[in-house]
Design a protein around this ligand. Structure first.
Ligand SMILES: *Cc1c(COP(=O)(O)O)cnc(C)c1O
Length: 220
């Protein structure tokens, strides 16, 4: 556990898969983690972080960005349309473009601001009713409509169903990206990032294996 161990495992997985060293980007998922744990990882030199909640990220990161040049912040949680402006201002990439209304909002913001974070389309590869994401059957058309709006879609993202083997989901996402000419593949978490790297992940999102378990319990 810890940044050094996970970085080493990412490198080993790259080598085992015959991929270029450094090709896979490790997103350290810092949501809900105490500040001292995040600061320790910043002090070790890591600069790429993922957050799930716009307001939490907006409260924590401006100060760290000022203190640690080169920080890159990726939004990996569900994004409410009314927080899109804040998210566009704060994040370098958004991995959770999951519906037409959000695409339309982001397109309007991109036009107004003349810039837009890199976007990943979230695909609900397991077609789970409770989960966000575009259904696999609808992904090609959705990606095309985002491109028509001028949005900078760079890849696809998935969160495979819990308790299932992730690998068929990773393989399906990779095939979907390939046929749409997309290079970005945001997939793999603490429990399955090595399998995701074997299946072509460009970005793995690892939280608890770097920082330790998240404590969601209210503070006493
Ligand atoms: C929290 C979260 C992660 C990190 O999960 P770990 O199991 O702690 O590695 C990755 N991706 C998403 C979308 C998350 O919400």
């Amino acid at each position: 556990m810890g940044l050094a161990e996970i970085t080493g495992r990412v490198q080993a997985a790259e080598a085992a898969a015959g991929r270029k060293p450094g090709e896979v980007r490790l997103i350290a998922v810092s949501k809900v983690q105490p500040a001292d744990r995040v600061e320790a990882v910043l002090a070790e030199g890591h600069r790429l972080f993922g957050e799930n909640y716009v307001q939490e990220a907006a409260a924590k990161w401006p100060a760290w960005k000022a203190l640690y040049p080169g920080v890159e912040l990726h939004m990996i949680g569900p994004l409410q349309t009314n927080k899109a402006k804040l998210a566009v201002d704060l994040f370098d990439a958004i991995h959770t473009l999951d519906r037409p209304s959000l695409a339309e909002r982001l397109a309007r913001l991109a036009e107004a601001q003349g810039a837009c974070p890199d976007l990943f389309v979230q695909v609900n590869t397991g077609a789970e009713p409770q989960k966000a994401g575009i259904l696999p059957d609808e992904a090609d058309a959705f990606i095309a409509s985002c491109r028509d709006m001028g949005l900078p879609v760079v890849g696809l993202m998935c969160i495979p169903p819990e308790g299932e083997d992730s690998t068929p989901h990773f393989a399906a996402l990779r095939a979907m990206a390939a046929r749409n000419g997309l290079r970005g593949l945001s997939m793999g978490m603490s429990s399955d990032f090595e399998a995701a790297i074997a299946h072509g992940a460009s970005h793995v999102r690892v939280g608890s294996a770097i920082f330790g378990a998240r404590d969601y319990a209210p503070k006493a």
